[in-house]
Design a protein around this ligand. Sequence first.
Ligand code: HEC
Ligand code: HEC
Length: 405
Amino acid sequence: MNNLIKYTLFLLITTLLFSCKDDDKPTEQENQYSDIYDLPSTPFNYSNVDLPETFNSYIYSALDNTPNNNRITDEGATLGRVLFYDKELSFNRTISCSSCHKQEFGFADPVAKSEGFEGGHTRRNSMNIVNSGFYEPGKYFWDHRAATLEDQVIMPLQDGIEMGMTLELVTSRVTAKDYYKPLFKAAFNSEEVTTDKISKALAQFVRSIYSFNTKYDQGIKQTKNIFVDFPNYTDAENLGKRVFNGILTPESNGTCMFCHMGNENLRPDVAFDPNEVNQVLFVGLRADNIGLDADFRGTDGGVGEFTGQDSALGQFKTTSIRNIELTGPYMHDGRFETLEEVVEHYSTGVKAHPYLSNHMINGDGTPRNLNLSEDEKAGLVAFLKTLTDHTMTTDVKYSNPFVNQ
Ligand code: HEC
Ligand code: HEC
């Protein structure tokens, strides 16, 4: 080949290469803010995650609360991630969502009551937000007061203790930051900042936080059956799993799994098809009164306080218990420091209450304390610790993108 042809070919190929590159990567321009945030030129994959087959179609058809008008996109969740970590969103620019939802603690806060923008303390314990898009009722907060996740994510911004903003102020702060322009453009095809877009992007990011890589997930992948001992578990972990699933107690539907898995038909006495049930989420199906106190009036009435319904007094949301080892202290008020204390509550501490959950009442009407042996209690704690997901807690796509914050 003569040199001229070679040179022409070279030019042609490089032109083609570069023009393709420009077309395929509309977000390339983000790099102009590389001194502000560290984002990949092609966004991370949030929208099409390769979940294990145990996250089956039942989960998506029956439990997923994603609205049709806010499906996760890679660009939307990326914008949500930046908003989630941006201190500009609090009145005195001192805190962000991530101040109380810390990735390394499973997106919870290791203190009973979190500190807000001016040093005040939240009324309740910060909640982990993992797999929370798969909460079937679609309501958020311990007392269910947010009707959707899209409503929920803008409430902390306006909370007088948490971030102290108005929505107008949030919109003008975000508009004033040029580094948001390419992010809004990529996510919503326009640089214009609105509350609706902020709410949608934050909700996309929160819903994108999946956990599916734990010792439990490795076990269920092998057996496809929650009621079979897992080959990768220790004896203590398998014993704890049996307690959790209710096999050791006569009233099997009174034990942990019934409320905490997110599937009420999953019981040892009910035949199941592994493709038709959820065996992996560990997100509950409702708010319940689990007999933490004999009277919730005057302290925190939970759902009943919010709705004004006496029968819902003492009900609190059954949040995800994935990463529970990392998300203490526990319960809506952070009253228990350790998992041992949580287990002791279910073993001996359940108090009578007129609206105690049916699943925690014996045939004779007394509160059902499981009266577990020392081995069973230790096993249950060991089992709960198999729900820890170190991949999720270190995944950069969920981490702080800011270079200097
Ligand atoms: C000052 C600490 C603090 C900050 C800042 C904060 N949160 Fe929270 N978050 C909490 C607490 C405490 C709760 C539980 C409050 C309650 O139920 O009354 C909570 C609850 C939630 C929930 C509900 C989870 C569920 O399962 O129902 C979500 C989602 C959430 N926060 C997301 C966010 C987002 C998004 C931001 C930023 C816009 C944010 N939080 C800022 C402390 C905080
Ligand atoms: C009747 C339904 C029900 C049953 C049965 C049940 N739980 Fe719970 N669990 C809940 C609710 C509701 C909460 C939140 C209560 C609160 O904060 O006031 C909770 C809270 C928890 C928490 C703390 C969550 C957090 O983020 O702070 C753990 C851990 C837990 N349960 C484990 C268990 C174990 C282990 C068992 C079985 C021994 C069990 N649960 C049985 C409904 C139930």
